[in-house]
Design a protein around this ligand. Structure first.
Ligand code: SF4
Length: 405
């Protein structure tokens, strides 16, 4: 009998051999398997360049030579929220400093300012169903003349659509089938981050403790209901909130599964947790940039034909590296309003973003809040939304307004 002695060197050689196998599995057309993704998301620094090269090649097969962004204004309709996510700086209780629900005049003022600066997206961000928790919000809504935050959101989307060239993109949290249908008549797309499918983060002391709207099954249900109605949908994951690399892969797979069934996922955002002094998770470690790159590359390889986005302001100054990981979109960037979700991380100046995108060999193009591949189905309908979309889109389905980026 021959005795095989396992030395650290042979162990390393074996693990390199096994990583080689997963890198070799990356083909030009087929999405990678869960097993490959689980290995690649934890690859060594040595293997990372090869993973990134495969992701970038997949991006180039999908949308060659172009990186898009959406020029937007951020409309924080209300920052009251019934959830208490451990990483959130946006939410307020009614008595907190800075608690605010915008009036229709304020909404219109921001939208008109955005119109003057060439924006095409009005991103409505708001807390989830604050009136269920706060009598103050119920009173505000009564005063404004609406039964619920969603009724008010619908009216404000309608107002912006009617009075400006901007197209609304609401992010209101969980939605019923009925509300998806209602909002779809006043906005070409909507969004809800899955964030994570890890239910352990609902446990006491974890990121989603006391956040009833962050139950993963409920979020997936909303996205599924949007799929059944053919609503172009933005979603994604938040990394670094207590989940494992395996959870990241499974969250991406849950999104991929919905897209395979309904074909409506217009983009997947990979967002990284940033620690801030005022949040309950102030002392939690942020994910490393290496984790961010690996997650982005694996997202691209799991979903080679889906738009993959990373927010530049949360990763400054490493824009070039994000492009190396296979993204094809910078998301919403505002020339006007701050990122109210991450106010300490200013958006890059759009000239800067263009220079750095072009330096990597890409053209930077302004898109609408709905991606070109989902546009045709929307403009073939009748009504105001369709008219506004036809007026806003160029021949490629991107933004017609040609302004300096
Ligand atoms: S992340 Fe969203 S749901 Fe969670 S507390 Fe903040 S506003 Fe509310």
């Amino acid at each position: 009998m021959t005795l095989i002695v396992i030395t650290p060197t042979t162990k390393r050689a074996k693990s390199e051999d096994s990583m080689r196998r997963w890198l070799d599995e990356i083909g030009p057309t087929e999405p990678i398997s869960r097993e490959a993704a689980l290995h690649l998301v934890c690859c060594s620094d040595k293997d990372l360049p090869e993973l990134l090269a495969a992701a970038r090649a997949a991006k180039e097969r999908f949308k060659p030579g172009v990186i898009t962004y959406s020029r937007k204004v951020f409309i924080p309709l209300t920052n009251l929220c019934r959830d208490y996510c451990g990483y959130c700086t946006f939410r307020r209780d009614p008595a907190d400093a800075g608690a605010h629900t915008m009036t229709p005049d304020e909404v219109l003022e921001v939208a008109r300012a955005g119109e003057r600066t060439g924006c095409t997206e009005a991103l409505f961000s708001l807390g989830d169903k604050p009136e269920l928790l706060f009598p103050e919000m119920r009173q505000t809504l009564r005063h404004l003349g609406y039964k619920s935050t969603l009724h008010y959101l619908e009216a404000m989307c309608q107002l912006v659509l009617r009075e400006t060239r901007l197209l609304p993109h609401p992010n209101p949290g969980l939605l019923s089938t009925e509300w998806i249908a209602r909002l779809a008549t006043v906005s070409p797309s909507m969004g809800l981050m899955v964030e994570t499918t890890n239910t352990a983060l609902l446990a006491p002391g974890a990121a989603h403790d006391n956040a009833p709207d962050k139950v993963p099954a409920k979020r997936l249900r909303t996205i599924q209901d949007a799929g059944k109605q053919g609503v172009p949908f933005t979603t994604g994951l938040l990394i670094g909130i207590g989940e494992t690399p395996e959870n990241r892969v499974d969250t991406l797979l849950a999104i991929r599964d919905l897209h395979e069934r309904y074909g409506h996922i217009q983009e997947v955002i990979v967002q990284n947790f940033r620690a801030k002094p005022e949040i309950p998770m102030a002392h939690c470690p942020e994910p490393t940039f290496g984790e961010m790159l690996r997650t982005l590359a694996v997202a691209r390889l799991l979903m080679p034909d889906v738009n993959i986005q990373a927010p530049p302001n949360l990763n400054a100054p490493y824009y070039e590296e994000l492009l190396e990981a296979g993204i094809n979109d910078w998301g919403g960037v505002s020339p006007l309003t701050p990122d109210y979700i991450n106010p300490e991380k200013p958006w890059p100046h759009l000239d800067q973003l263009r220079v750095r995108t072009e330096a990597k060999g890409f053209e930077l193009r302004q898109r609408l809040p709905v991606y070109p591949e989902f546009l045709l189905a929307l403009i073939s309908r009748s009504g105001l939304l369709s008219e506004k979309l036809r007026a806003a889109a160029d021949d490629y389905g991107l933004a017609k307004l040609k302004r300096a980026a």
